[in-house]
Design a protein around this ligand. Structure first.
Ligand code: MLT
Length: 265
């Protein structure tokens, strides 16, 4: 079922009687990057997925976004869908949004799943890379930027073994309004650092990342997990930065097991 909340495209799957999970996608994607989780986990979970402002079918507006606006969008989706303490699951940019959402409103969630993400904000080099990305989109167009960006996200072997998934992911990244993609780059570039809050997180947390993730490698993910009191860490085999698409059965088993053991009372 599809809804429009606060000009955002929101989708609901599964039975509300089951534990709720709200998913926040990565950059520069949309809610369809969770398709393998939707297919499998809706059997015994209540799932809410949405397109972040400026991406997918959500409102683009003037393309001037901040991480704070993304967080208030997340809260408005939760309110609009009347979600009572869902598990929050974010990948990469979705993880940045999740970490900040938990920093300002941990009591709204029963658990946290952090996939291929990090708490550190962009350093100077990271800011320059974002700035170059905006230039590249302006000069060469979104299609070219999206193709080279996605080529860094998959484990090398998966670009051949999962060629259809890889090509579909490039298409997903190319499908947006360039204004929304550039707005997301600025929002990421200007986000705050959430590292200091990690040790304050009290809700059960699952930290998981691809064994071959080049953007947020296993060492970064493990260090983040070690700072969160009630956390578990898993390295996803045969996966890079797009673990939910590259090894969905492993990721789904981990999510299902975590919720069964740690969330459902
Ligand atoms: C993502 O997957 O959301 C992006 O790679 C995050 C980033 O560029 O920092």
């Amino acid at each position: 079922m599809k809804y429009e909340i606060n000009s955002l495209a929101v989708y609901e799957f599964g039975d509300r009687k089951n534990p709720s999970i709200i998913f926040v996608h990565g950059f520069p994607f949309d809610h369809t990057m969770w398709k393998e989780q939707i297919n499998e986990l809706q059997k015994d979970h209540h799932l809410v997925v949405y397109d972040i402002r400026g991406l997918g079918e959500s409102y683009v507006g003037d393309g001037q976004y901040t991480m704070e606006a993304y967080v208030s969008d997340l809260f408005s989706v939760m309110e609009g869908m009347k979600l009572n303490k869902p598990v929050l699951c974010g990948l990469s940019m979705g993880g940045y949004i999740s970490l900040r959402a938990v920093e300002v409103g941990e009591d709204k969630f029963s658990g946290l799943i952090l996939l291929d993400t990090k708490s550190q904000s962009d350093d100077d080099n990271g800011k320059l890379v974002r700035s170059n990305s905006i230039n590249k989109i302006n000069i060469e167009g979104l299609a070219s930027f999206a193709e080279s960006f996605v080529s860094n996200l998959f484990a090398e072997e998966n670009k051949e073994e999962l060629i259809d998934v890889y090509n579909d992911t490039i298409k997903m990244a190319q499908s947006h309004n360039p204004l929304g993609v550039k707005g997301a780059l600025i929002a990421m570039l200007s986000r705050t650092d959430t590292t200091k809050n990690l040790e304050k997180i009290m809700i059960p947390t699952l930290v998981m990342g691809g064994a071959f993730d080049k953007l947020t490698p296993p060492t970064v993910m493990r260090e983040m997990a070690e700072k969160i009191k009630d956390s578990e860490y898993a390295s996803v085999p045969r996966a890079g930065h797009m673990a939910p698409l590259e090894n969905p059965s492993f990721v789904n088993d981990m999510i299902r097991g975590f919720i069964k053991r740690r969330i459902v009372k």
